[in-house]
Ligand binder design. Structure first.
Ligand SMILES: Cc1ncc(COP(=O)(O)O)c(C=O)c1O
Length: 512
């Protein structure tokens, strides 16, 4: 549940009461929590509630609106999940400062109001929910990427000439299928993927279980559409991946944030909050964003719970190829005897994200449903790219490229950790045994969102950690991607970061 606030005032213009701000009609068919959610969302989007403003406690709202605390908590949880409000441990609940600006501006301009509200009125509940996620609402980040934009591999080290040669060979050949293809993917690529995940990740699968998709994001969306009904409870790691959260919001799932400990997602806490959830979304090999690796014992507990609850496990294995210190643990899919794991892999980190190719490995009995859902969505991914990728993997280039990148990323991580030592007291950058980013913990009193904004002003890109929480942030931090930047760029980025963080640490900040 979101923390209570101790204030009695709403951050709105003209100070209406909660009753006028969020009118609740007990005779309306819509559930009360939905009315409350709609009311708050509307007040935020039309500017009647201001960004950063404090929201009254759930106790006060429940009393004034004559609703149960549970109803208020349900509405707040949904608003939290979609990023309209945010909680700070002990200090209350606030209107989010990060509600997409474009959406706010569009809603606020009086001339646009009627058109905007009629546009909203025309949207389905799903359309409204998707618009509300704000995922990538700001469009693409500036090119070229600057240190330390997370989520990118070394784009400069991608073997472009080799890829071009393979693509030319395919175009020149007579067997390139230019007609419609199998929605589940180009057969040779499905075979190559099945071979790769068996060898590298200990998965048990055949090519029939592989569904080629347009990156993990489509995999998450398809899995949510095919496996969930509106209102189904889904455990999501807290903090967790915004892309997974958005896919679940789009499927009208009831997101249950489940905290982590040193061994990964706490099955005990998940069972306490939603014992019969329909699904759990996890990143076991390298938890996003914390970097925790799920222990073998925890993997077994999760599989046992899924068997008891008859639940799905959605395993997002997004950057598992990059593990530096030790051999990776086998994926959950390979440990599953009950056909409950849906595995997601992507080539966004091993090759490059603009390729938009990834894959699902699904239990055989649901493969047909996934294939059909993919066909409904966009038929299939471009066959030419799939064919080139099949050759790239089949001829051994993929394995070589990943090995080369692993060594390069290890060096780049060392460069960041070493340079980061000079920032003692300003940010604590800890090494990690896997992945493409590090977490830099900020000292108490320095909030991550203003820090990220200030860094951006100086040409340094870092992602604030706190938006990855649905409930409340335990500690503020910055996510620092290192894989895409050479040691010189990393050192220069660290110097700029030092200047900005020094400035911030001498200035008291409003918490957001
Ligand atoms: C947890 C997680 N999963 C998946 C992805 C990759 O997404 P996609 O394959 O859609 O590019 C990312 C990208 O940063 C991620 O952080």
């Amino acid at each position: 549940m979101v923390p209570d606030t101790d204030t009695q005032s709403l951050p709105m213009r003209g100070r209406p009461t909660p009753l006028t701000l969020v009118p609740i009609d007990p005779d309306d068919d819509a559930p009360l929590h939905r009315q409350l959610y709609d009311g708050f969302r509307d007040a935020i989007l039309t500017g009647r509630l201001s960004p950063g403003g404090k929201i009254p406690s759930s106790r006060l709202l429940a009393r004034e609106l004559r609703l149960s605390r549970n109803t208020v908590a349900l509405a707040f949880a949904q608003l939290h999940a979609e990023g309209y409000i945010e909680g700070q441990l002990r200090s209350g609940t606030y209107v989010s400062r990060t509600v997409p600006d474009a959406l706010l501006r569009a809603q606020r301009r009086p001339a646009d109001r009627a058109a905007a509200s009629s546009r909203q009125a025309g949207l389905s509940a799903r359309g409204r929910a998707l618009a509300g996620t704000g995922l990538h609402s700001e469009g693409p980040a500036p090119d070229p990427p600057r240190p330390f934009r997370p989520g990118l591999p070394a784009l400069d080290a991608f073997p472009r000439r080799l890829w071009t040669r393979l693509a030319n060979r395919r175009w020149r050949g007579s067997d390139l299928p230019l007609a419609y293809n199998d929605p589940a993917g180009f057969r040779p690529l499905r075979e190559a993927i099945a071979g790769h995940v068996a060898a590298a990740r200990g998965a048990h699968c055949t090519a029939e279980q592989v569904i080629v998709v347009s990156g993990s994001q489509q995999a998450l969306d398809l899995a949510a559409r095919v496996l969930l009904d509106p209102g189904d409870a889904v455990w999501l790691e807290e903090p967790g991946y915004l892309g997974a959260r958005a896919a679940l919001v789009g499927a009208a799932a009831r997101i249950v944030p489940v905290p982590l400990d040193r061994e990964g997602l706490s099955v005990t806490e998940g069972e306490r909050d939603a014992p019969s959830a329909r699904m759990v979304c996890v990143t076991p090999s390298h938890q996003y964003p914390t970097g925790v690796t799920m222990s073998a014992g925890r993997r077994l507990s999760l599989l046992q719970w899924a068997a008891r609850a008859d639940a799905w496990i959605l395993e997002d294995d997004y950057d598992s190829d990059f593990r530096y210190a030790s051999r990776p643990l086998a994926c959950l899919q390979g440990m599953d005897a009950g056909g409950r794991v849906v595995y997601i892999g992507t080539f966004s980190k091993t090759l490059f994200p603009a390729l938009r190719l990834g894959y699902l490995i699904v239990p055989l009995h649901v493969a047909g449903a996934f294939r059909a859902a993919r066909a409904v969505c966009d038929r299939h991914s471009p066959t030419i790219d799939q064919a080139v990728l099949a050759d790239f993997i089949g001829e051994g280039h993929f394995g070589r490229h990943v090995r080369r990148m692993r060594a390069l990323y290890e060096e780049r991580q060392v460069a960041l950790v070493d340079a980061g030592r000079a920032l003692e007291g300003l940010i604590d950058i800890r090494p990690a045994e896997a992945g493409l980013h590090l977490v830099g913990w900020l000292p108490p009193g320095v909030s991550d969102r203003p820090a990220a904004a200030a860094l951006k002003g100086e040409g340094v890109e870092a992602l604030a950690f706190s938006p990855h929480y649905i409930r409340s942030t335990e500690r503020d931090a910055l996510l620092l991607g290192y894989a895409a930047f050479d040691p010189r760029a990393i050192r220069r980025g660290v110097e700029k970061m030092a200047t900005v963080l020094r400035r911030l640490s001498h200035r008291p900040q409003a918490s957001v």
